[in-house]
Write a protein that binds this ligand. Structure first.
Ligand code: IPM
Ligand code: SF4
Length: 479
């Protein structure tokens, strides 16, 4: 009898958090291809219309509408949202918003409309509502779905045809990824945040450093992060090439979730807590790759180029391509310098900026806005600089207003906006003008990302606020 023995051998080795979620959601598996059950399906207006059209063409219906949530984020203007879709000037964005409204209505999917304070960026809203739980599988037609991994959920972006598949079947085809652990230990220096941690990892491993892997972030510096910091870190895991990022749930996770509208209650909560406690990677689990960083050595980080890995410490200098041995990297560096209008060897600190963007699913939560307001308090933004703060949801906006943060920011000259993706992506009226240089808290500094020929420098919210008040990229510790 071979098979019971095999079973025993499998059970002997500990499993990682990823493997535990995978096993618990596996519906079927055949020759390396698997079908996973989907616990939560987030929908936004940009990637969902064709999926619903496909569904209609095949006369299929939505298998589990109660496991989906529809939100409006990419194309919404960040002002006057009460006026609704009709007031959206861009015809394509307006059509997308109207289609998601009609589709969610037709299929009985819960939707938070534009102007509803619960609406906002999908990756901000689902955790805020308590819909993102440890151990879940979460998908969305959006690459930064990795954000939800902060709760110990297996969360990843999917394409339009996959959205249709999930709508119809509540399952997703998946291939098992390799496992990787990135441990960051030590205590972060004052002024250093989860964003700096993520940028430091990117600078070290590159934009394909985690490709083919699901990354689990571990170590004392990760454990010490708030849920918001953990979301920032997992948000950027996709920029490392990872299929998903994960952090094991712990007391911080429970404290964040308890009492949120869609979190389990009473007896259900107690059962859920027991289940979630068993999710952490076993002590003897084996990761295919293991990387370690010293958190106490991470400085504030700033990107200089056109990939998030082209990032240096605030006291660093823009590299000289001639000194880069790897030919492919040298070519990207040359192209980046040309696009960013930078000369080799230039110190990144001191570089004048035109615009500041504090927002995006990376850094638009209440702690991010508090960090920006702490810098803005009693200061004025530099002459000629345009700076905007865009909360990730209407509820973040309300919370900030109840703390008086909006008044501090407005008094300093910041523009206080309504929620959405905004200047993170050129799909709505918030854009850079050609040639403008922007200190940005978002996650992508690709060419033309924030507007045609716009130049993006990624950094933390406090660093972006510091850039706003000095008019230059600056070490916030020098303020
Ligand atoms: C529009 C959407 C498909 C896209 C993504 O998948 O990430 C956007 O959110 C982005 O950040 O580039
Ligand atoms: S905020 Fe930016 S990165 Fe996040 S979902 Fe929107 S466009 Fe994508």
């Amino acid at each position: 009898m071979a098979w019971p023995l095999e079973g025993l051998i499998v059970a002997e080795r500990g499993r990682t958090l990823y493997e535990k979620i995978w096993d618990s959601r596996l519906v079927a598996e055949d020759e390396g291809e698997a079908l996973l059950y989907v616990d939560l399906h987030l929908l936004h207006e940009v990637t969902s219309p064709q999926a619903f059209a496909g569904l209609a063409a095949r006369r299929l219906s939505v298998r589990r509408p109660e496991r989906a949530l529809a939100l409006f984020d990419h194309g919404v203007p960040t002002e006057n949202q009460q006026a609704g879709a009709g007031a959206v000037r861009d015809p394509e964005a307006r059509a997308q918003i109207e289609m998601l409204t009609a589709n969610s209505e037709a299929f009985g999917i819960v939707r938070f409309d534009m102007g509803d304070p619960r609406n906002g960026i999908v990756h901000v809203v689902a955790p805020e509502q308590g819909r993102t739980h440890p151990g879940m599988t979460i998908v969305c037609g959006d690459s930064h779905t990795s954000t939800h991994g902060a709760f110990g959920a297996l969360a990843f972006g999917i394409g339009t045809s996959e959205i249709e598949h999930v709508l119809a079947t509540q399952t997703i085809r998946a291939e098992k990824a390799k496992t990787m652990r990135i441990s960051i230990d030590g205590t972060l220096a004052p002024g250093v945040t989860a964003k700096d941690m993520a940028l430091a990892v990117l600078a070290r491993i590159g934009v394909d450093g985690a490709s083919g892997h699901v990354v689990e972030f571990a170590g004392s510096a990760v454990r010490a992060l708030s849920m918001e910091g953990r979301m920032t870190l997992c948000n950027l895991s996709i920029e490392m090439g990872a299929r998903a990022g994960l952090i094991a749930p712990d007391a911080t996770t429970l404290a964040y979730l308890e009492g949120r509208p869609a979190a389990p209650r009473g007896e259900d909560w107690r059962h859920a807590v027991d289940r979630w406690a068993a999710l952490a990677s076993d002590a003897d689990a084996v990761f295919a790759r293991d990387i370690r960083l010293d958190g106490s050595a991470i400085p504030p980080m700033v990107s200089w180029g056109i990939t998030p890995a082209q990032t240096i410490a605030i006291d660093g200098r823009v590299p000289d391509p001639a000194a880069i041995a790897d030919a492919a990297q040298r070519i990207v560096a040359e192209r980046a310098l040309a696009y960013m209008d930078l000369r080799p060897g230039t110190a990144i600190a001191g570089l004048p900026i035109d615009r500041v963007f504090i927002g995006s699913c990376t850094n638009s939560r209440i702690e991010d806005i508090r960090a920006a307001a702490a810098i803005a308090r009693g200061r004025r933004i530099a002459q000629g600089v345009r700076a905007m703060v865009v909360p990730g949801s209407g509820l973040v906006r309300k919370q900030a207003e109840s703390e008086g943060l909006d008044r501090i920011l407005v008094a300093a000259g910041f523009d206080w906006r309504e929620p959405g993706c905004s200047l993170c992506v050129g799909m709505n009226p918030d854009r850079l003008d050609p040639g403008e240089r922007c200190a940005s808290t978002s996650n992508r500094n690709f060419e033309h990302r924030q507007g045609r020929n716009g130049r993006t420098h990624l950094m933390s919210p406090a660093m972006a606020a510091a850039a706003a008040v000095t008019g230059r990229i600056v070490d916030l510790r020098d303020l």
